[in-house]
Design a protein around this ligand. Structure first.
Ligand code: BEZ
Length: 326
């Protein structure tokens, strides 16, 4: 909480902003995830909590499934104040603020539990949130995540050579595009709703995905191999428009921050289910090979990725040290 209040002060200093008077507010929150996804469920739970805690003064209408546009469009609307809040992929944030790419350092964490712990406690990750007001015009409340990324392939994969030249669906952001280019794959940017059809009709050969969605959205049905390496975290961030923040008084900022943080933590904690439930489920699917590998599977790709990203994302060494200490 100290960090959020500090972020508020930094933001106020950055844009000459002071806490507004407490006016009733009906707020809009944009998400790309569909209604059953945990990000959307916790956004709705946050909205219900905020309404109750403010005695009905503040309401939040949650718009899932890209109803307010894709993430770039939502972020633009947050900068103008037309959209108030979002649970947004750090992938999109990193397109505006490249330092956030440190959170995509390959093999930073060994599993989802460690990823969740890092995103809750890392001083480096928290310091990145403090840059959001001046860099992006939004206030960062805290992190959530989707499960760490794996490769789900429609063709059998025995070694990294089998991925060379293959079209791999990625969420569009530079850190993963570079990693794939180093591997010799053809990274193919694509939003989540298009992924099943693209894998099914051969538009892509494989996809970067987490294990929960691999089960729930049935990507496994189209796969011959799932390479489970926990190759990258896939963090999300809970954000509030700077303009909206300006209109909230300090008591309301505290209420919004505490309640949103509570639900982001639920999202982080839920990823623990991946190793407990979804990985064993996947291993039972007939005709599907689950190939569990370590970083050595990827050769010298991490060292090559470091050459590009260490200068652009200076938090990488500190994040590695923090992760190793968990
Ligand atoms: C994806 O683009 O793969 C994705 C986006 C949001 C939540 C989970 C996955």
């Amino acid at each position: 909480m100290k960090r959020i209040l500090q972020a508020t002060v930094t933001f106020a200093a950055a844009v000459g902003m002071v806490a507004g008077t407490a006016q009733a507010k009906d707020m809009k929150m944009g998400l790309i995830t569909p209604p059953p996804h945990i990000w959307t469920k916790e956004a709705n739970a946050f909205a219900a909590d905020l309404k109750a805690a403010s005695g009905g003064k503040h309401t939040v209408t949650v718009y899932p499934s890209r109803q307010l546009g894709n993430e770039a469009e939502v972020l633009q609307q947050m900068q103008s104040g037309a959209v108030d809040m979002a649970f947004m992929t750090v992938a999109e944030i990193s397109n505006r603020a490249p330092e956030f790419s440190a959170l995509f350092t390959p093999f930073l964490v060994k599993d989802n539990a460690q990823a969740a712990k890092l995103l809750k406690t890392s001083p480096t990750a928290m310091a990145l949130l403090d840059t959001l007001p001046s860099q992006v015009g939004v206030v960062g409340i805290g992190y959530g995540m989707a499960g760490v990324r794996q490769i789900v392939s429609a063709k059998p994969i025995q070694s990294i050579a089998d991925l060379k030249g293959r079209k791999i669906r990625v969420t569009p952001f530079a850190a993963t595009k570079d990693f794939n280019t180093i591997l010799g794959t053809a990274p193919t940017p694509m939003p989540l709703p298009d992924v099943y059809d693209a894998l099914s009709n051969g538009q892509v050969d494989a996809i970067e995905m987490d294990l929960e969605l691999t089960i729930k959205l049935k990507y496994w049905e189209l796969a011959k191999t799932v390479v489970v390496s926990n190759q990258m975290m896939f963090p999300m961030v809970g954000i509030v428009s700077g303009r909206t923040w300006k209109g909230l008084d300090s008591a309301d900022r505290k209420m919004v921050s505490e309640l949103m943080k509570k639900h982001l933590d639920v999202v982080l904690d839920a990823t623990e289910e991946v190793e407990r439930t979804f990985l064993p489920m996947l291993k039972e699917k007939e005709g599907l090979e689950v190939r569990e590998v370590g970083p050595e599977f990827y050769g010298d790709a991490v060292a090559e990725w470091d050459k590009i990203w260490l200068p652009k994302a200076p938090g990488i060494p500190a994040l590695r040290a923090e992760a190793a200490a968990l």
